[in-house]
Ligand binder design. Structure first.
Ligand SMILES: Nc1ncnc2c1ncn2[C@@H]1O[C@H](COP(=O)(O)OP(=O)(O)OP(=O)(O)O)[C@@H](O)[C@H]1O
Ligand SMILES: [Mg+2]
Length: 370
C-alpha cells in the first residue's frame, strides 16, 4: 500500500480487507420516527422479528412504511470504539488518537513502522490488546491510539507515581505477551525499553514504536539502548529481545535503568564480563531477570510462562491477606461467637424447661438473646 496519501486511505484500506466483519443493520422508517436497529450478529429473520416486536410495543401507533437492509463495514481496529452517532448512510465512531509524523527524509523508518503494523493486523482478526492500536495513515503520518499515560519510563519518573507491585507485574506480563506476539509474526522489535511501552487510561501496557524493527530477519533500523543490549552481538535475535526485556523488567521494578549513571562503554564492559546490577532490592522477578540476562530462555514464550507464574505467585498472598481480617478482629469474632453459643444454649434449655412445664413456647421465642 502507498504509505501516505490521504485520509481516504484509512477507510478504503480496511474496507477492502476480507477480515472485516459485515453487520446487518435495519433502518425502520415510520411516520413519526426513524429507528436504526443496533447492528447485530443475527440472521435477518431475527432482526425482522425484533422489528415486529418493536412495532407491537413502542411503535404501536406508528405505521411502518419502509425497511432497508444494508451492510455496515467496521474496521477491526475501531470495532470496540464508542459509537457517537448513526445516520441513514453512516455510523460514526470515536477515535482517541495521535498522528506520528516522521523526521527522516528517506522515509525508511515510517515505511518500516507501517509495514510492521500491517503485518500485525493482516494476519489475525482483532487486535492484540498489548500492542498500540493502529488506525492507518493520514497524509503521511501514522495514526495510533493515544496512550493517556505516555511511556512507562515517563510515568515512573514522574514524582507523583509509584504504582503498586501488582501493576508493575502486569506491565511485565503485558510487555512479554506483546513481544511474544511480535515474534510469532516474524517481527523483532530491536528497541525494547520502558520508553517504547505505553500506558492507556487504565494503566494497561502496550508496546509501540516499530520504526527500527526487523521483519523476517531483514536488517533492523534501530538498536536497543546500551543498558538493554545483549553483549557481543550486532544481529537481533530472540535472545537479544529477551535480554532487553530483562532490563525492561529491571527498570519497571527498580525505577531506573540497569547501571544508570554509568557511561555506555562501562556498561558494555560489565555485561561482557557477565556483571549485572544487584537484583537483591527488587520485590519480584529476580530469577526471571537474571535468566533473561544470562541467556537461559530460548524463546519469549518460555519467558512468558515464568512471568505468568510469578504474577500468580505474587497475587495469591495478596488476595489471601485481603480476605483475612487482622488478628485483633479474629480474637473478637471468636469471643463473640463463644458468647453467642452460650446464650443460645441457655435459651434452648429455657424452652425445654418451659415446654416441659406446659408453658406457651411463643413467650420463650420472644426471649431470644440479641
Ligand atoms: N500513542 C502515543 N500516545 C501517547 N504518546 C505517544 C504515543 N506515541 C508516541 N508518544 C510520545 O512520543 C514519543 C516518541 O514516540 P516514539 O517512541 O513512537 O517515536 P521515536 O521517534 O522512535 O522516539 P524514540 O527515539 O524516543 O524512541 C514517546 O516517547 C511518547 O512520549
Ligand atoms: Mg520511542
Amino acid at each position: 500500500m502507498d504509505a501516505g496519501t490521504s485520509a481516504g486511505d484509512l477507510h478504503d484500506k480496511h474496507a477492502s480487507s476480507k477480515q472485516i466483519p459485515v453487520y446487518y443493520h435495519l433502518i425502520v422508517l415510520s411516520r413519526k420516527e426513524t429507528f436504526i436497529v443496533e447492528p447485530l450478529d443475527a440472521p435477518l429473520a431475527e432482526l425482522l422479528s425484533f422489528v415486529t416486536r418493536h412495532e407491537h410495543g413502542r411503535m404501536k401507533h406508528a405505521r411502518m412504511s419502509q425497511f432497508y437492509e444494508s451492510t455496515l463495514h467496521i474496521p477491526d481496529s475501531i470495532r470496540d470504539n464508542e459509537t457517537v452517532g448513526a445516520g441513514l448512510s453512516s455510523w460514526v465512531h470515536r477515535l482517541d488518537a495521535v498522528a506520528k509524523c516522521y523526521t527522516s527524509d528517506d522515509g525508511k523508518a515510517k515505511d518500516r513502522e507501517i509495514a510492521v503494523y500491517e503485518r500485525l493486523g493482516s494476519c489475525k482478526a482483532g487486535w492484540r490488546k498489548t500492542i498500540l492500536q493502529y488506525y492507518g495513515v493520514l497524509n503521511g503520518c501514522v495514526v495510533l491510539q493515544f496512550a493517556h499515560h505516555g511511556p512507562i519510563r515517563q510515568y515512573l519518573r514522574s514524582s507523583q507515581h509509584d504504582p503498586p507491585l501488582f501493576i508493575k507485574l502486569r506491565w511485565a506480563e503485558q510487555a512479554t505477551d506483546a513481544i511474544s506476539f511480535l515474534h510469532s509474526k516474524g517481527v523483532l522489535h530491536c528497541d525494547i525499553s520502558c520508553n517504547n511501552i505505553f500506558l492507556d487510561s487504565n494503566l494497561n501496557a502496550m508496546v509501540g514504536d516499530f520504526a527500527g524493527s526487523s521483519i523476517d530477519k531483514e536488517q533492523c533500523l534501530g538498536w536497543y539502548e546500551t543498558s538493554h543490549s545483549y553483549p557481543n552481538t550486532e544481529d537481533p535475535s530472540e535472545k537479544s529481545e529477551i535480554f532487553a526485556l530483562g532490563s525492561t523488567f529491571y527498570e519497571i521494578l527498580a525505577g531506573k535503568k540497569p547501571f544508570e549513571g554509568r557511561d555506555d562503554v562501562e556498561i558494555e564492559q560489565a555485561f561482557k564480563r557477565g556483571h549485572f546490577p544487584s537484583l537483591e532490592p527488587l520485590l519480584a522477578l529476580k530469577t526471571t531477570i537474571l535468566n533473561c540476562w544470562t541467556g537461559k530462555y530460548q524463546t519469549t514464550d518460555e519467558l512468558l510462562q515464568d512471568v505468568k507464574q510469578e504474577v500468580r505467585a505474587q497475587s495469591e498472598p495478596l488476595l489471601s491477606n485481603e480476605h483475612h481480617p487482622p488478628h485483633h478482629l479474629v480474637d473478637q469474632i471468636i469471643k463473640t461467637t463463644v458468647k453467642t453459643l452460650a446464650c443460645a444454649q441457655e435459651w434452648r434449655d429455657g424452652i425445654q424447661t418451659r415446654v416441659g412445664g406446659q408453658e406457651d413456647n411463643r413467650r420463650a421465642v420472644s426471649s431470644i438473646p440479641e
